[in-house]
Design a protein around this ligand. Structure first.
Ligand code: HEC
Length: 116
């Protein structure tokens, strides 16, 4: 065995100890869902302020984001009524029949085409 061989035979040992040392320094991987705090995205779309906004937010946000309301092309009162009734009848939104007019009132006031 010449000198070079002697030198090279030590390489794996040196490498292994470097890797081991590096391994100890590595931060433990944490599951973000395992902790007691879960950060939600802060860019949740917010409805225009006004009478009924809170009612709509609480009645309509259990299944989807308010983006569905906000990014809709402006709908007429009749279209909003049909939309809300569809949420109830087809998708099972837990809305009572007597809150539908208040929901539609807000939606028409804030997300309808401008009156001519
Ligand atoms: C029970 C669950 C649920 C609730 C509560 C709910 N929606 Fe929806 N909504 C849906 C589903 C399902 C869709 C269709 C999603 C898709 O097509 O990707 C939808 C779609 C929509 C759309 C997009 C247009 C369309 O007709 O697909 C609008 C606008 C909308 N919802 C408004 C509302 C409003 C306003 C409320 C409150 C009155 C509401 N939603 C409450 C389930 C719900």
């Amino acid at each position: 065995m010449n000198r070079l061989h002697l030198l090279l035979s030590g390489v794996p040992v040196v490498l292994a100890s470097v890797l081991l040392a590096a391994d100890v320094a590595v931060e433990p991987v944490r599951n973000p869902l395992a902790g007691d705090r879960l950060e939600l995205p802060k860019d949740e779309p917010v409805l225009k302020a006004g009478p009924g906004a809170e009612l709509v937010r609480s009645a309509c946000s259990s299944c989807h984001s308010m983006d569905y309301v906000i990014t809709q092309p402006p709908l007429t009162r009749a279209q909003w009524t049909a939309n809300v009734e569809k949420m109830k009848a087809r998708f099972g939104a837990p809305l009572s029949t007597n809150e539908i007019p208040d929901l539609v009132e807000y939606l028409e006031a804030n997300y309808s085409p401008p009156a001519r």
